[in-house]
Every structure is written in C-alpha cells, then in structure tokens.
Design a protein. Structure first.
Length: 179
C-alpha cells in the first residue's frame, strides 16, 4: 500500500499570531475553521498552499505552554526552486519572529531550518540536482547564485557514497517501491 503524507495538526497557544505568521510570511491560505468538539473554547483551523489539498496543516488552540517540542523535530515543506527558498529566508528575516534560522544542505536539498513563533521546528527546502546518501548536513551561503551553489554542492558532496543525479535516484526508488 502506497501512502502519501497529507497533513499535520499542531497544537498552538496563540492562534491569531500563528495564523498571521503562516499566512502572511509563509504564504498559507486558511481553508476552514471552526469549534473543535468537546473541549470548551477549542478551535481548529485548516490551511494549505496547494489547491489539491483541503489542508496541509491544521492548528488546534489547546497548547498549554510554548516550549520547543520534544516529540516532533520539525515540519518540512518542499518548494519548487532555490529562488523560493531564498524568498522564504528574506520574508523570515524581514518579519523577525522566526528564531534559530540556519541554512543547511544535505547534498540532496537546500534548506532553511527555523523555529516558528511557538518554537515548532520548520524546514523549507528545494531539491538539488543530486542524490547523496544520508545523513548529511552542512551550512551553505544563501548569497550564492543558483549555478554557483550547484557547483559548490557538487564540490562538497561528489566524494560521498551514492553521489549522482537525483533523477537516477528517483527512478531507482520508483523501481524499488514498485511504482
């Protein structure tokens, strides 16, 4: 049985601030909201960035305290290209509510990791042209242009096991999974 991850529900304390951050800074759109069952005053809010999903993320305002999560490391969102990762970094910098921001490449992705206003870990990433055996993690210079970053990434990871074109990895993965 093939499964696709569809959404996450996150407990929040300040629904308004979290909705403002995710809609105005990260580009989500609220798709639904309403009271949540038997919990007095509880509300659930659904949001998405993709027309084909009712929601990719939902917030439930029942979080008791704001502290770094000890059960989920981070939520990861794939974007289409490096320009989108850099635009996210610029928006996060300008807004100032994200903390612990760090650009990281795994060889197969260019990412920015950060904590949202309630200390939830978030990653925004795009694929690189390469596959690299994991785990890997190195900082990258967000001022590099695309071609320069491709060359730098190749230089950093070319000697790593399984280094090669990402399309070859995905084709082999499809064969392994029987797709």
């Amino acid at each position: 049985m093939a499964m696709e991850f569809a959404h996450a529900v996150v407990y929040v304390q300040d629904m308004d601030e979290m909705v403002d951050f995710y809609t105005n800074i990260l580009g989500f759109t609220v798709t639904d909201r309403g009271p949540f069952g038997p919990v007095e005053g509880a509300e659930i809010l659904f949001m998405s960035t993709t027309p084909g999903h009712h929601h990719q993320l939902a917030f439930l305002n029942t979080r008791e305290e704001v502290a770094p999560s000890n059960s989920v490391n981070h939520l990861a969102f794939r974007v289409s290209d490096l320009g989108s990762v850099k635009a996210a970094i610029d928006a996060l910098d300008a807004d100032g509510r994200a903390t612990a921001m760090r650009p990281v490449t795994h060889g197969n992705a260019w990412s920015v990791y950060f904590q949202d206003p309630e200390c939830n870990g978030v990653e925004i990433f795009c694929d690189t042209p390469f596959h690299v055996a994991q785990p890997q993690g190195r900082g990258w210079d967000v001022t590099m242009e695309h071609d320069e970053l491709v060359d730098w990434t190749r230089g950093e990871f070319a000697d790593e096991p399984e280094f090669g074109p990402i399309d070859d990895f995905y084709a082999a993965q499809a064969e392994r999974l029987g797709s």
